[in-house]
Design a protein around this ligand. Structure first.
Ligand code: 5GP
Ligand code: MG
Length: 181
């Protein structure tokens, strides 16, 4: 589908499912190489990262674990910059190699807060894997070694990302058509 309607807005395709799959496999291969001999704990941030995390994990050949956490900070089509607390963390992170799995880093404020909370648990090391990054909108300094796509500062949906709760099921990634905003 070239164009889709999600809620009251029109979206046009920007990254195809096959391109996503190819980049996810590339990033997983990089992680497999960088963490040889380690047993990483992937920390997937719900809801947005559930599709990316599921695909990424199937390409990981290291012994590993995954845990799902939640940290909501976003409503509608612009980032609020407000961050709530971390829920769902049951594993001890002490001494662990932690790879945070995010759907998208926009201002980076959410990730900065999350990193601080994860660091407070005394892990051995923490790395960030994000499906998408909007470099032009980053407001904080973040090292993002594993990123599938750098995208412009437009609102996107699909492949786990929603617009007001809908659109997560789309296999491709779509960008909002500006005049539908
Ligand atoms: P940040 O704190 O980096 O500004 O915001 C990160 C969060 O904002 C993401 O986890 C995601 O929930 C949401 N977000 C940012 N940009 C987009 C976007 O283009 N589309 C969707 N669906 N969510 C976005
Ligand atoms: Mg997210």
């Amino acid at each position: 589908m070239e164009r889709v309607k999600v809620g009251d807005k029109e979206f046009t395709i920007s990254i195809s499912a096959s391109h996503i799959q190819q980049r996810v496999a590339d990033v997983a291969a990089q992680i497999n190489q960088d963490f040889k001999g380690e047993r990483p704990l992937f920390l997937a941030v719900l809801n947005g990262s559930f599709v990316f995390a599921a695909d990424l994990l199937r390409h990981i050949t290291l012994p590993c674990e995954i845990s799902f956490v939640r940290l909501a900070s976003y409503q509608g089509t612009s980032s609020t910059g407000k961050v709530q607390k971390l829920i769902g963390l049951t594993e001890s992170l002490k001494g662990r190699t932690v790879i945070i799995v995010e759907d998208i880093i926009d201002s980076g404020l959410t990730m900065k807060e999350l990193l601080a909370m994860v660091q407070a648990e005394a892990p051995k090391q923490v790395r960030i894997a994000s499906l998408l990054v909007k470099p032009d909108n980053l407001k904080v300094d973040l090292d993002i070694p594993y990123c599938c796509f750098k995208i412009p500062n437009d609102f996107i949906v699909g492949y786990g990302l929603d617009y007001d709760g809908e659109g997560r099921n789309l296999p491709d990634i779509y960008t909002v058509v500006p005049d539908s905003l």
